[in-house]
Ligand binder design. Sequence first.
Ligand SMILES: Cc1ncc(COP(=O)(O)O)c(C=O)c1O
Length: 407
Amino acid sequence: MHPSDLHPETLAIISGRPPREDGAAVNVPISYSSTFVSAGPTGQGDNRVYGRFSNSTWEALEATIGALEHPASLGEDALVFGSGMAAVAAALNLVKQGGLVLMPDSAYNGSLALAQEMADAGRIRLQTLQPAELTPAALARTLANLPATPQTNPQASPPTNPHALLWLEIPSNPLLRVPDARALIKAARDAGALTVVDSTIATPLAARPLEWGADLALHSATKYLSGHSDVILGALTPATAQLRGRLHQHRTLAGSIPSPMDAWLVLRGIRTLAVRLGAQSRTAQFLAERLAAHAAVSNVSYPGLADHPDAKTIASLGLPGGAMLAAQIGRGAEDADRFIAALRLWVPATSLGGVESSIERRRRHSSEPGTVADNLTRLSVGLEHPEDLWRDLEAALAQIDPVSLES
Ligand SMILES: Cc1ncc(COP(=O)(O)O)c(C=O)c1O
């Protein structure tokens, strides 16, 4: 059976294993060595020289994430980084000096803050896009006057030093909006811009941006890929070998590498991704419907609800509902904080994608943009029994005055 005939659920289990030989370990070993036996001159691409250049445990994980990102075409392996943010930094660094980065104003606040820091230092120009500007026509207008990107290799596609980069998130964090990624990627490509899609929340089981034409798919593997809230790690899967080469060089020079142990833990997490995400998503759908009908909840954003503002796009991209939802509680921050404090099962914590259900009022972070409502809570649904999770939410909501009886 050829791997390209297999489902992602199967690839998540079989990829990144040692060769099937008598006596071989079933799992890749954790390779702890900072250097390798190597004599004589070394050149570019001689990876087994030093532990910052390559590591066999990373490579098993990189092959597995790569297989999940483009199962049909068997494209490039991913590159793993010391954190999701290190992957974000590597991707942003691809833009030419003074190039334009277009990022939704609803992007993950760390990505926005890093892009802003680079803009403040004069490294890039940053333009944040409101939802109305995230249409192919508006994007084409914004990119219309992009200077041509001079290439050392004029045939290179995508551009290796682009003058512009479009950043997308599927779905956005924490509002769970879903832009029409396929159409936006095409508009950006037509204008010569590089496209990066952060699909941390969707996971490669739900969204494969490279199949939509994106140049890079990004993950904070800290979340669903590892799945147990015990690792910080990032990954980038490039569409071409050329981009992979540039990113590998950046990772080596910036030293933004993960530990072999963490890479191994993420690989172990990926083995159960499909069953975890399936169960978590079913519970999220159940809870989203219950929350949406509750009098103390003013708004629920969940991609699996029929009244989601991006329902048409969600259907056209074939996105499932997923395991995250956002709910506005009561009338303001105070109500939302009181609600969270009354919960007994849900863990009040930042981050997402673990087996334990967690909840957070996002505006408690001073860096969270004002586009996020003060009383918005982000829920990451775990693997507890759905009824137990609902009973906990319902008991805490009983302390909040109804909002839907008035106005
Ligand atoms: C969508 C998204 N992208 C990137 C990151 C950054 O990842 P990390 O925390 O692994 O550096 C996060 C972290 O919360 C995130 O939610």
